[in-house]
Design a protein around this ligand. Structure first.
Ligand code: GMT
Length: 375
């Protein structure tokens, strides 16, 4: 086997955890000398600069008047076939099973090449909509036909095996964070975000229902009721933003909430927070929590799914049920009221991020996974 692998990575390019993890993995693999081919409908948001050993292949829509939709799955499959054939890939690594993994399987059939397929499950592809028909059987097929399946948490592995009745083993490879990029006192100017005497509570998400946007505002309102001087800084955009604005008006707290919108480089603001707050209903891993930990920022979050594999209760942050607004607010207040406590939680979180979620360790596990399937 050649030491230098040719790897195709299929991912979503837009801001979000699975695309982020796929892109950072690709950059690390390229740094190790492997040839990495990203295949997606636009350049992944973290891949703006030139990197040697990295190539990007755009999936262009197929339009024809007879079709009333643009057949993305077929254009993706066709592009995978092209790239596998032209660059003689060894591995296709599909991030987020729908539709990436299934398209990889179809492409393998079409090009009749024994290319190995790794599927990494990230979240709602198996925990929410992908577990129900009509996608269930396609998802199960993709998982079972993959040469190797990885999940981003033990929770997600157990869930997948149980819900999809999977007999083959699944590797748990936690997500990782670059602690040189996400670090305390990073770039950014605190005075641009809040007054000197205001604590910054930050929430970063795509504002889908699973992120519990209502819970974010209800909890923050409770925090203000405790007479804490605080500002809620919301980073990101998505379907729940309208509802959030409505709730801010309802509670009369618009002046204490800032909307930053989508940021490609969240590290420019994350370390300015006094507390990062993520009360999600579903979270296979919780990338933002890990990034906050790397920045030495204490977290308050829900305790669902894979989050307890990232956060250590009482050591790097606090967790409670996503509906438990009282406890969540009480924990935020506790952090806001003690700089000593905040510093202790932050220091533990950063040390844990460095020790347990380093790129070197996790990328090494992916490489071993590739080598195992290639024999
Ligand atoms: O599955 C999703 O909802 C989207 C996905 C994404 O692309 O942001 O998020 C998932 O993958 C991330 C990276 O592995 C995890 O950190 C998130 O916890 C996970 N989201 C959910 O489980 C809701």
């Amino acid at each position: 086997m050649n030491d230098k692998l040719r790897i195709g990575i299929i991912c979503y390019p837009s801001i979000g955890g699975s695309g982020l993890v796929a892109t950072e993995l690709g950059k690390e693999l390229a740094g190790l000398g492997h040839e990495v081919h990203f295949i997606s409908y636009s350049v992944p948001f973290k891949l703006s600069a030139y990197h040697s050993n990295i190539f990007f292949h755009s999936v262009d829509p197929i339009n024809y008047p007879l079709f009333n939709q643009t057949l993305y799955t077929f254009s993706l499959t066709a592009k995978i076939v092209d790239v596998v054939t032209e660059y003689d890939l060894d591995i296709i690594h599909a991030h987020y099973s729908i539709p990436h993994s299934l398209c990889a399987h179809l492409a393998r059939e079409v090009c009749s090449k024994d290319i190995k397929i790794i599927t990494t499950l990230h979240g709602t592809d198996v925990t929410l909509f992908g577990r129900n028909e009509p996608l269930f059987s396609l998802n199960k097929y993709s998982i079972e036909k993959s040469d190797r399946v990885t999940t981003v948490s033990q929770y997600q592995k157990d869930h997948t095996i149980r819900e999809f009745n999977i007999v083959q083993d699944i590797d748990v490879i936690h997500n990782f964070v670059d602690t040189e990029t996400f670090k305390p006192n990073g770039c950014g100017n605190r005075s641009c975000l809040a007054a000197r005497d205001e604590k910054i509570i930050m929430h970063v998400s795509n504002f889908r229902t699973v992120k519990n946007p209502q819970g974010v505002i209800k909890t923050f309102y409770r925090v203000l009721q405790q007479k804490v001087k605080a500002r809620l800084v919301l980073v990101g955009d998505g379907p729940g933003i309208g509802e959030i604005k409505g709730l801010c008006k309802h509670y009369g707290i618009c002046d204490s909430v800032s909307f930053l919108g989508k940021l490609d480089d969240v590290e420019t603001v994350l370390s300015l927070a006094d507390c990062v707050f993520q009360p999600s209903f579903l979270e296979s891993f919780g990338m933002v929590l890990l990034e906050a930990m790397a920045c030495a920022v204490p977290t308050v979050s829900s305790n669902v799914d894979g989050i307890p594999e990232v956060v250590v209760e009482g050591k790097s942050g606090y967790m409670a049920a996503p509906e438990d607004v009282d406890t969540l607010a009480e924990r935020i207040v506790k952090i806001c009221e003690s700089d000593t406590l905040a510093a202790e939680l932050g220091a533990f979180g950063r040390a844990r991020a460095i020790e347990c979620f380093s790129p070197g360790e996790m990328v090494g596990r992916y490489v071993r996974c590739y080598e195992n399937v290639l024999g």
